[in-house]
Design a protein around this ligand. Structure first.
Ligand SMILES: CC(C)(COP(=O)(O)OP(=O)(O)OC[C@H]1O[C@@H](n2cnc3c(N)ncnc32)[C@H](O)[C@@H]1OP(=O)(O)O)[C@@H](O)C(=O)NCCC(=O)NCCS
Length: 189
């Protein structure tokens, strides 16, 4: 099922936080910052979760292990690296204690009109804490900041409920996703 993101005219909805709910306000000695996300970067950091936006510190084999742990097929690490190098919007969360990636999401596209979100995963040991939402909110925000207004993704039926509150709707305006399938093409030959 393909989902398309709605273009919010207001900031992303402020969502309840499972990583110990707090108000999305970060106070420092000189100023108070209100985060537009359900959990601020500072709150994540205070719990040992570091946001990363490049792959320079990312261990591809560790990421592959997270993919496999959630049921994705294990993929060639060299191909994953190339795919990530060709990905313009990417976000992952490192757990400070283990230095391992625990949450990940990326989007490919033209950086102007269209983007497709891929590989949204949270390590099973860290699921249900708000990390999936934390990476998705930021990925969407980054795309909208770039002016990209058509954001799509493929969703497993069991995760529709995760994407909907983030602004995604299934089959908007009756549009159905179609994927090229070699198998079905060969059947017709
Ligand atoms: C889907 C996934 C990324 C969610 O990450 P997560 O960190 O566990 O989710 P969060 O804790 O950030 O949850 C955010 C919200 O979504 C809800 N949610 C999470 N998973 C959900 C699901 N499968 N169905 C419905 N709601 C879900 C949570 O209850 C929470 O709701 P709240 O904001 O009202 O409290 C994670 O479960 C995962 O990696 N799953 C396996 C891989 C996968 O299926 N990826 C998507 C491929 S299409």
């Amino acid at each position: 099922m393909i989902l398309r993101g709605i273009i919010p005219t207001t900031p992303l909805p402020s969502l309840r936080l499972k990583l110990k709910p707090t108000r999305n306000v970060t106070a420092s000695s000189s100023q108070t910052t209100v985060s537009k996300f359900s959990i601020s970067d500072q709150e994540l950091e205070s719990r040992g979760f570091i946001l990363r936006r490049t792959i320079s510190d990312l261990d591809i084999n560790h990421l592959n292990s997270v993919f496999v742990a959630v049921g994705f097929p294990r993929r060639d690490p060299d191909k994953i690296r190339v795919a990530l190098e060709n990905t313009s919007s990417l976000l992952w969360i490192e757990y400070e204690k283990t230095r391992r990636p625990v949450a990940f999401a990326r989007a490919t596209g033209d950086d102007v009109f269209n983007a497709i979100v891929w590989d949204v995963v949270v390590d099973p040991s860290y699921q249900g804490m708000g990390l999936g939402k934390a990476v998705m909110e930021r990925l969407i925000d980054e795309l909208l900041e770039k002016g990209v207004c058509n954001i799509a993704l493929y969703s497993e039926p069991r995760v529709l409920g995760f994407y909907r509150p983030l602004g995604f709707v299934a089959d908007p305006g009756g549009i159905r996703g179609m994927v090229y399938s070699r198998k079905s093409k060969n059947k017709k030959l």
